[in-house]
Design a protein around this ligand. Structure first.
Ligand SMILES: [Zn+2]
Length: 308
């Protein structure tokens, strides 16, 4: 694995007032764009995991278990009986996977690359690229997807679309799905905090509980779709390595920098005609070794994209 220590990270990044202009030019000039996306992209689109949005759908769970945010709650409820665990997780999956984010940040990003040969590498699991209309054959979501279940053992390497069951689960708790897909609570209804036992998902092969297809430990299933996406991504890179490629990194943090950030740095360093763009709220940065081929823009991703 390519490590952080390979680069001198002490020097400030190559920034300036003309960064937006330079990125515009780079977008116009390039033959291909590799988008690397992290969690901040969805945050910028309004997918927040705490505050109002969390309280609106989980107020009963917050009250009962004093959960600080949706994400930590997802881990906490793992110790609860499956009927309660899936009541929580079905809401979680529904609001993050099935509902659209409030702001069209992903749509704007698609608009910028639509005419290009592009590929997306992302650690995001919330299905936002698909929802915005990105070609699913140009996506590699390395860490899983809220819309997929797998055997928790796992006894076999397959994933299962959970949309239908999740819908039944939220409706069984008293939610009503509006015409636009929004999750609503009818007046006077007290939500149930459990789902019926018959909706608890079990592995169709071994009968053990199903789990989310999210990379949390070594039980994560890389199914056929995952491997095909990985291959398509490698093919894309091979095809373009001598071309003018723009590596457009959007909102990638320092939690798992190996997947997007470091691999982008390495390719930009090795590929003569590549350009690296780092868009990040508070942490726009490029290492000294590739500073001359880099464009760093600090700020809200949605606002930056709107200037392009
Ligand atoms: Zn199984």
């Amino acid at each position: 694995m390519f490590g952080f220590h390979n680069f001198n990270t002490q020097k400030p990044s190559h920034t300036g007032e003309d960064s937006v202009k330079r990125l515009k030019q780079a977008l116009a000039d390039c033959d291909a764009v590799v988008i690397g996306a992290g969690a901040g992209l969805s945050t910028s689109a309004g997918f927040t995991y705490s505050g109002e949005r969390f309280e609106r759908y989980f107020h009963d769970f917050i009250e009962k278990y004093r959960l600080p945010d949706m994400y930590s709650g997802g881990f906490y409820v793992m110790r609860l009986p499956p009927e309660e665990l899936w009541a929580y997780w079905s809401r979680y999956i529904y609001v993050n996977r099935c509902m659209n984010p409030p702001k069209p940040v992903y749509e704007k990003l698609l608009e910028l690359v639509r005419e290009k040969d592009y590929f997306v590498l992302t650690t995001n699991v919330d299905h936002c690229f698909q929802k915005a209309g990105f070609d699913k054959h140009r996506l590699f979501y390395t860490q899983g997807d809220y819309g997929l279940w797998q055997c928790s053992v796992p006894c076999h390497a397959k994933t299962y679309d959970n949309a239908e069951t999740v819908r039944a689960m939220v409706e069984a708790q008293g939610f009503v799905i509006a015409e636009d897909g929004a999750l609503t609570v009818p007046e006077g209804i007290t939500l149930k905090m459990t789902v019926p036992t018959e909706l608890v998902p079990l592995c169709p092969v071994c009968g053990k509980p199903m789990s989310m297809n999210l990379r949390a430990d070594d039980t994560f299933v890389e199914d056929e779709g995952w491997h095909r996406a990985a291959e398509r991504y490698s093919d894309f890179l091979r095809r373009h390595q001598n071309g003018k490629v723009l590596f457009l990194e959007t909102a990638v943090g320092w939690n798992t920098p190996g997947i997007v950030k470091y691999s982008f740095w390495r390719m930009v360093k090795e590929w003569q005609r590549a350009t690296y763009a780092c868009l990040n709220y508070g942490e726009a940065y490029a290492p000294e070794e590739i500073a001359g081929k880099s464009i760093c823009i600090d700020g809200d991703i949605g606002e930056i994209l709107n200037q392009l």
